[in-house]
Design a binder for this molecule. Structure first.
Ligand SMILES: [Zn+2]
Length: 262
């Protein structure tokens, strides 16, 4: 189990582990899932970020400025699909905090260098006395159904044959539900009804929070927006295409719907 804890003073008292990153990729210890490196209070670097505890032991994140010869690095996106929930949570937090550190170096108001706060996730501007917190980008992700058919979408960057479901960023002044309806309509010209919130997931690419909705087809003819999508189709539950990998919320939502209809 992973428990987030930003307080350095509570974590640096005992040995634990560290997730090491290089240019956004994860450095693996040995084998494809060797995510955790040994960490002790004596080996602590000043830049190490406290994540919390993983199965009771402190866990930290470190950004490496260089890569050792022979080091094995892998994209978090590829690795995430193989992680259990606790390791995914730690890796997702690490990636988001390191991304925040690297992209929020200076105060957005006065441009003074921001400093880290040892008790929280914020970065502080001493001139403005302002705190800046990691940015989170809310998104709606929508599984549109019409009885035994699902509306599925495909982006050009997906693996061959794979289809996902409609998703998009919430705009300023918009509710999650309004975003869900708008994204479905923009991408497919389909209008939906009976939206039902089903759960959420943090998605560190780089900082999304995905809010999942089931929606039912209301009216409209499918017409694909080719600026955003390569394809969109209705699929019957008996003939679904290759699905997004676990542990994506899209996969969970599709499987939940199939189970509910069975
Ligand atoms: Zn400032």
């Amino acid at each position: 189990m992973f428990v987030a804890n930003p307080r350095e003073s509570e974590l640096r008292i005992s040995p634990g582990t560290c997730l090491r990153f290089y240019r956004g990729d994860v450095i693996l210890r040995d084998g494809p899932t060797g995510l955790l490196w040994p960490w002790t209070p004596a080996s602590r670097a000043p830049e190490d970020l406290p994540l919390g505890t993983l199965n009771g032991s402190p866990v930290w994140a470190r950004n490496e400025p260089t890569l050792e010869p022979g080091a094995h690095r892998v994209s978090l996106r590829a690795l995430a699909m193989q992680l259990d929930e606790a390791h995914y949570a730690a890796a997702s937090l690490a990636a988001q905090l390191l991304h925040f550190e690297q992209s929020y170096r200076h105060c957005p108001r006065c441009a003074l260098a921001l400093v880290r706060v040892p008790t929280g996730r914020q970065r502080h501007c001493e001139a403005c006395s302002d705190d800046w917190y990691p940015r989170i980008a809310p998104c709606a992700i929508v599984l549109v159904s019409d009885g035994d058919r699902l509306l599925m979408t495909r982006q050009a960057k997906y693996p061959v044959g794979m289809f996902g479901i409609v998703a998009g960023f919430v705009e300023a002044g918009e509710s999650l539900e309004e975003c869900a309806r708008r994204e479905v309509f923009e991408e497919t010209r389909i209008s939906v009804k009976n939206l039902r919130y089903v759960g959420s997931q943090h998605w560190p690419f780089p900082q999304q929070l995905m809010a999942g909705f089931f929606a039912e087809y209301d009216h409209g003819e499918l017409k694909v927006d080719h600026e955003e999508l390569e394809d969109a189709q209705w699929f019957t539950l008996q003939q679904l295409p290759p699905l997004p990998p676990k542990p994506s919320i899209a996969r969970r939502m599709i499987e939940d719907y199939v189970t509910q209809r069975a």
